[in-house]
Design a protein around this ligand. Sequence first.
Ligand SMILES: [Zn+2]
Length: 461
Amino acid sequence: MRKPILIIVAIVVIGALFWLSDDENKADLKKAAAVKQLQVIGNVASRMMDDDVAGGFHKIPVEVKELAPNVFQAKGIANTHMITTPEGNVLFDVGIAINAGDHYQLLREKSDAPIKSIILSHAHADHIGGTQIWKEDGTEVIAHREFIEANRYLNQMEPYQWRRNRIVFPWMPETPPESGPLAYEIIPVDTLVTEEDHEFELGGTVFQVLSTPGAEGDDNISLFLPEQKILFTGDFFGPLFPQFPNIFTMRGEKIRKPMEYINSLNKLIALEPEMIVPSHHDAITGKDNLRNAMTKMRDAVQYVHDETLKGMNEGKTVYDMMRDIKLPEHLDLTQEHGMVSWGVKSIWEYYATWFHFDSTTELYPVPVRDVYDDVAELAGVQALLARAQTKFDGGQPVEALHLVEMALSTSDKAQHPAAYRLRLDVLKQMLDTAVNGHGNNYEKDYLRRRIQLTTEALEEK
Ligand SMILES: [Zn+2]
C-alpha cells in the first residue's frame, strides 16, 4: 500500500521541481529533474517486482561496461548502448523505462556530448522506454519502416497484450501504466530503414543500420560497425545464444515469417562479426564461434521449416508433426526460449492460417468446450475423473487434463474440489516434465500460473 503513495509523492515533488524551473536558462535543471523523476519511479517499480521470477531479468544489476573503445553498454532488464564519436554520440536501444533514468545518468558520466541519433532495434517496450529522456533538439530517431505499424498495434492492443504477457512475465504489475514516464507510447520516427539498409558516418565511425526482420517481429533492425566488426542485434537472437528461436511467440503477437528470419540470418552471417551485442545479457565474442552458432540456428530453423512443409504436403496433421519433428543431433539447440513443437505449429499456422479442415465445427462460433457440460452430465463427473486418473497414471497427462476440464464444466460445484485436486496433480507433473525436459521458460511460467490459479480455486472452496 505504501509503494503507490511513494510513487505519487515522487511524482509531485519532482514534478514541481520540473515545472518551477520552466525557464530556458534552466533547461539542464529541468532535464536533471526529469531524469531524477524517472529514476525514483523506476526504482520503486523495480522493488515492487516479485523476487521469484524465472529468467531473473529484473535482478540484473544496472551498471556500465566499455565493450570496446568508445562503445558503452548500460545493463539492466534490457541494455542501452552508446557509441561515442568526436562529433556526437549514437544510441542503439534505450532500455525499459524503469531503468532509463539510471542508464541516462551512468552513460552521461562517460560522455555528455550531444545525442545525434537514437536507433531503435524494434518496438517492444523494453527497448524504447528511454526515448523521451534521451531525445534532444536535433536528435534523429531511426527505426525500421515496419516499426510504425508495430508501435501502433502494441499501443492499441496493450490491455490484451498485457494480460497475456503477465502470465509468462509474472513480475509485471497488474495493469499497464496509462500515462506518465512509464507508459508505452507512440514514438515519432525521423528516418525509416527499408530493405535497402541505411549507412551513415559520424566523427569517423561508419554506422550500418540493417533491416533484419523476422526474429522478434518484422520491424527488427541491427547495427553493424564495420571497422570494429561489432554487431548490435537487439532481440534478433533472443535472450540466449545460440538457441532455437521463437518462430513466432505464444504470447500472441503478430505472425513472424520463418523465411524472412532465415534471410536475415544469412545477412548477419555474411558480415563476419567478431562481437555480437544483444540488448539483453552480455556481449559474445569470437569470430568462428559466432559464425558457427548463427549457422546452426539458421540450419535448425530451415530444417524445422522444411520438415513441416514436407509433412503438410504429405497430408500429416499439425499434431502429428508437433509430436514427430525433432532436431537432428548436429543441430541440437537449447529450447529454453523457442520450442521446436511450437515452431512446427507456428509454421503450420503461418502457411495454413485458422481452418484446420479437421472438423466442420471449426467454421462456427461454438467450441467443443460448449458441450463439455453435456458430456459431464451423461458420463458423470466421477466417471470422468476416474478415467482422467487412469490416463494420468498411464503417462498421458494431456489426455487427463482434457477429461478434467470436462468434469470442471459441471454446474454442480460440490464436485469441483476433486477435479481441481486432480488438475493440480497433473499440472505439477507437467511442470516437472518441463523443468527436466527442454526447460522452456514460457512453458514453465505458464504452468506455474495455472498451478497458482488452481491452488487459489481450491482454497476458495
Ligand atoms: Zn527485449
